[in-house]
Write a protein that binds this ligand. Structure first.
Ligand code: NAD
Length: 519
């Protein structure tokens, strides 16, 4: 079965996977519009999280390979940055059409490499596709400003110009959406791009490269390298790379922000989270509990915007048993099985870490209302599955609260008043997202104004903004000053040139030098 399945996968994606039926196929790089086999002797096994079978081997690219990707991007920049904005727009139109047509294929690859359910994987692609759709408005988005008559016969205007070679470093949890937050925005502004996808699931990025080529992006405009720390250090230090977009863990994000900034680059760095859902007693009970369960356990909790902590205010605490029953009914299975509500975690190490954090909560006094740690899935006994797990009476000092769990675990807390709930939320160092569930407008308004979190939902559990806005996580969840996509994304990927010009007739020409500032 494994061999047959592997042949099918390689058959669909033969352009980026080596065609080798007897052994494990290797994942290629993408440089100058060609899929290139690495010459490295260091390979990273990529496992299907539902079975732990090796799907492909991902190279740790050699120094020469990394250099050749940056050289391709650098050499492509002069011509690409001078391409007309209408040409770049037309390529984006074609790319968005191709992504739509390849949605199922991308989703199948994501489920194979990352583990999430097929439907959720399509959502992963869709949310990235929306960024490409937004890029199609580049003719309005990249407009500068003008002010005529700034002085006599003098006008000032600005251009938003590309900055050069940009780089993107992405996490495992959204293999299509997060790369699509980066390279389409970069290239539509006239930059070139070098992407380093997560070594745990680079397949979707490579399928997207095939689509970019088909859409008409010239060679070198977007390239893909692979690897871990060495490749990341290379990106941070390379003088030809002008900007880095990073999404991932705190540890890597802070490091990349500091190292990249130190070598003079712009860096935008989206990092970890602890998102709270505040449940008021006046909320609509049924829809609130459904929202909480979906947002805590969907994608096995491996979303930076997962609602991982629920705060029940006042009498809302009486709903906790019903919440537990809803969570218990979720079906855990391999992502390609049609009945799966949630799939496996990315790796055995991730499962071990999640289980240990749950145990640390129990050991420090939390009450385990639902325990999914020992779940076994028939036919997928080797998978990294953890079922929905709920810890109640969690307090802010517990390790399960201070650390991001990134698994299907909901922490539950109680608060007497809205003010108490806001205090808990604002004392947490992260500021990625939060939601309040209420039917009272004044309560909702107070919460949205007083909570110190970058993205707030009112009866919306996962308030990720669409690309006409920006992804505005704050405090410990973000480093940098321009967020991903939307207006801020355009600002990140462009630099402003301000031109002041004077055109004056012969009769008004000045006949003596001015040695003072104009007064
Ligand atoms: P990760 O930090 O392990 O990996 C992200 C990228 O950084 C990968 O490409 C990896 O190769 C590289 N990397 C990993 N460790 C590194 C190190 N020490 N030095 C240099 N590079 C390193 O993250 P992950 O486990 O793939 O993703 C999960 C994390 O991403 C979670 O913390 C989640 O909250 C976060 N995330 C945040 C957002 C957001 O928008 N805030 C979105 C998605 C995921």
């Amino acid at each position: 079965l494994t061999a047959v399945r592997r042949l099918r996968v390689v058959g669909n994606n033969a352009f980026y996977l080596s065609r080798c039926a007897s052994s494990v196929p290797t994942t290629k790089m993408f440089i100058n519009n060609e899929f290139v086999e690495s010459k490295t002797n260091k390979w990273i096994d990529l496992h299907n999280p539902a079975t732990n079978e090796v799907v492909t081997k991902v190279p740790e690219c050699t120094r020469e390979e990394l250099e050749s990707a940056v050289a391709a991007a650098r050499d492509a920049f002069p011509a690409w940055s001078r391409t007309t904005v209408l040409t770049r727009q037309q390529i984006m139109f074609r790319l968005q059409d191709l992504i739509k047509k390849n949605m199922k294929r991308l989703a199948a690859n994501i489920t194979e490499e990352q583990g999430k359910t097929l439907v959720d994987a399509e959502g992963d692609v869709l949310r990235g596709l929306q960024v490409v759709e937004h890029c199609c408005s580049i003719t309005s988005l990249q407009l500068g400003e003008t002010l005529p008559g700034i002085a006599k016969d003098m006008d000032t205007f600005t251009y938003r110009l590309p900055i050069g070679v940009t780089a993107g470093i992405t996490p495992f949890n959204f293999p299509a959406m997060i790369p699509l937050w980066m390279f389409p925005m970069a290239v539509v502004c006239g930059n070139t791009s070098v992407m380093k996808p997560s070594e745990r699931d680079p397949g979707a990025t490579l399928i997207l490269m095939e689509l970019c080529r088909e859409a008409g992006l010239p060679p070198g405009v977007v390239n893909v390298i692979h690897g871990r720390h060495d490749s990341v250090n290379f990106i941070c230090d390379h003088p030809d790379i002008k900007a880095i977009s990073f999404v991932g863990s705190d540890q890597a994000g802070q490091y990349i922000y500091e190292r990249g900034s130190k070598s003079g680059k712009r860096v935008q760095s989206n990092m970890g989270a602890k998102n709270h859902g505040v449940v008021m007693p006046d909320a609509n009970k049924e829809s609130t509990l459904n929202s909480l369960v979906g947002a805590a356990f969907g994608a096995a909790g491996q979303r930076c915007m997962a609602l991982s902590t629920a705060i029940f205010v006042g009498e809302a605490r009486e709903w906790i048993p019903d919440l537990v029953e809803k969570a218990r009914k979720l079906k855990v299975n391999a992502g390609h099985e049609p009945d799966a509500d949630l799939g496996p975690l990315i790796s055995p190490e991730a499962k071990k870490r999640v289980c240990e954090l749950v145990q640390s909560g129990v050991d420090s006094g939390a009450e385990l209302l639902l325990d999914g740690r020992s779940i076994k899935i028939k036919g997928y006994e080797k998978g990294n599955f953890v079922g929905p797990t709920i810890l109640h009476h969690v307090n802010p000092k517990m390790k399960c609260y201070t650390e991001e769990i990134f698994g299907p675990v909901l922490l539950s807390m109680e608060a007497d008043t809205l003010e108490d709930a806001i205090r808990i939320v604002n004392s947490n160092p992260y500021g990625n997202g939060t939601a309040i569930f209420t039917t009272n407008g004044a309560t909702a308004r107070k919460y949205t104004m007083e909570c110190d979190v970058g993205q707030v939902g009112v009866n919306v559990p996962i308030p990720v903004p669409l690309p006409m806005f920006s992804f505005t996580g704050s405090r410990g969840s973000f480093r940098g000053d321009q967020h991903f996509y939307g207006k801020q994304g355009i600002q990140f990927y462009t630099q402003v040139k301000t031109v002041t010009q004077m055109w004056r007739g012969e009769d008004a020409v000045s006949h003596k030098p001015a040695t003072t500032m104009p007064v």
